[in-house]
Write a protein that binds this ligand. Sequence first.
Ligand code: BG6
Length: 456
Amino acid sequence: MRTFPKDFLWGASTSAYQVEGGWDQDGKEPSVQDIRDPFPNTTDFKVSVDHYNKYKEDIKLFKELGLKAYRFSIAWTRVLPYGKVNEAGLKFYDDLINELIANDIQPIPTVFHFDLPASLQENGGWGNRDTIDAFVDYCQLLFDRYGDRVTYWQTINEQNMLVFAGRVLDGGTATWKSIFQGNHHMLVAQAKAMKVYHEGNYVGKIGPAPNIACVYPKTEKPEDMLAAEYMSAFRNWLFLDAAVYGVYNHMAMRILKSIDAVPEITEEDRIVMKENTADFIAFNYYNSMTVSAPAETGSEQSKDQQSGFSIEGFFKSEKNEHLKTTEFANWPIDPTGLRVTANQIYDRYRLPLLITENGLGQEDTMTEDGKIHDQYRIDYLDAHIEQMRLSIEDGVEFLGYCPWSAIDLISTHEGFRKRYGFVYVNRDDFDLKDLSRHKKDSFFWFQNVIKNNGLD
Ligand code: BG6
């Protein structure tokens, strides 16, 4: 029988630019997502599912679903457009947070989820050291405004995917060198934000939200094992070691040297990172990775956030023959990998874990009587919940589980066809229809899971 802690946070997730719409409403500045060209045959982010205007209706559904927590992100561009405080933007998140609390749903905000203000990007984005201070000012504003009502803050969503799949996410063409300088600025910005938070004596906790995936060796060859360790260090531990221990992972640093991407790190950076670290770890899990020792081949970039990649001389991405894959993009489906991943993270850091994303993107169809039979999504989530439960039995401390996504939203680069939500939204990529909301089969299934505290 499944058991979960009594106060386990059964939640669900979204991010601002993928769900809100209202892209220029009430003084909002465009973000990098608004100014780039949409991917071929996909919609832009201008309307999305109009959560900005329909958040009350959506929270009513979240309440009916039984959510104990809602993980969402705040749009920097709403609250600080062009670096100026925007009361209308601040008020939106005040109202959202208050509405959640009034419905007994704990707000779990992410400070930054892939949507840098366009004006900062024009000044060099994360490559410009000044963005560190801009981020810290932004965080201070959020902590002061909402800190009394938030228990768990996440700093940056999937910083590692901004690095490895950044070209996909913002259409950039940067070199490894400039990418890892920007990455370093993000790590310092995160440490400084944690400093401000801890020194401000706000009531809650703060942590990072990377995408973490365990890495398997393709065979039992020692060289493949070493390759797996290298990929894990580069893809996973670089980001968590920095956030939790305040240092650069040594194996990741070896790769950075080899690809000529060691960033400039000042003494002050080292101190600020070392002294300001995370209280808990939020992470997103969709799939595992598999690698072998590199052959003579060169490096290969990641196609998207969940796909493998190769680094010459260290590891080569491989297909895992033992795993089925998703219809979209062929991501491996690996519930056991979640248990492996959770145990690895807990073993290294001994901090409580919160899953902030996990889910299946699939094309859903609404039947004539308005039903959405998404058994495939139920199967995916059910198998992952079971492995999370087993990792709790292993001894991992879990705070909660917030699958992706609470409601249909726009995929990062595959438009509206690829749906993740418990709630279906009636629109297509190029036809907004009536944006009406409909409960999928997975809605009723998850409602039951929550009602029974995980019991299937
Ligand atoms: C994560 C992101 O990488 O995966 C989300 O944090 C994203 O923003 C999710 O939507 C699923 O990926 P995709 O590409 O299918 O939208």
